[in-house]
Design a protein around this ligand. Structure first.
Ligand SMILES: [Zn+2]
Length: 153
């Protein structure tokens, strides 16, 4: 039993949602690129080293893993082992997200968050729709938008 639980936790970690250049992030980058947008990745000079920075549009795109960023969606579930460790770790992530977003907003950046559940799982939405939403947002002036799986819309 312990082994099974550990395997689940490990595979969640290994799915690499927390690190740089994750699969969902690469997918979003290629959608943006195909739609004609150019950007910088992991800009070091900005709070939180944002994933994708589109200076021309004064816009920042984050691709958030639903587990690491505790999204209220079907992809998030507390691991059953090491409960205290995960609670501390994930609430720290949540706090950091809020601080980073507030700091970037203060600097005049617009923020788009793409949640992992928009890209995978039962409630994912078509890539074409994501691409259209991103393009419309980038060319508009809405300061903040989140794109998530269809169940939680
Ligand atoms: Zn989610």
């Amino acid at each position: 039993m312990v082994d099974v639980v550990d395997k689940v936790t490990r595979s969640r970690m290994m799915s690499g949602i927390s690190g740089k250049d994750t699969k969902p992030e690469i997918l979003i980058r290629s959608l943006l690129y195909r739609a004609g947008f150019r950007f910088r990745v992991h800009a070091k000079g900005l709070p939180g080293k944002p994933d994708i920075v589109l200076k021309k549009y004064r816009a920042i795109v984050f691709v958030h893993g639903c587990f690491w960023h505790r999204h209220a969606c079907p992809l998030f579930k507390w691991p059953s082992s090491n409960a205290n460790f995960w609670k501390a770790k994930i609430s720290q992530n949540k706090k950091r997200d809020a601080v980073v977003i507030a700091a970037l907003r203060k600097l005049g950046w617009r923020i788009l968050i793409i949640w992992e559940c928009a890209l995978k799982g039962a409630k994912k939405i078509p890539l074409e729709a994501i691409s259209q939403k991103m393009s419309a947002w980038l060319q508009g002036d809405n300061p903040f938008l989140q794109i998530r799986g269809s169940l939680t819309l």
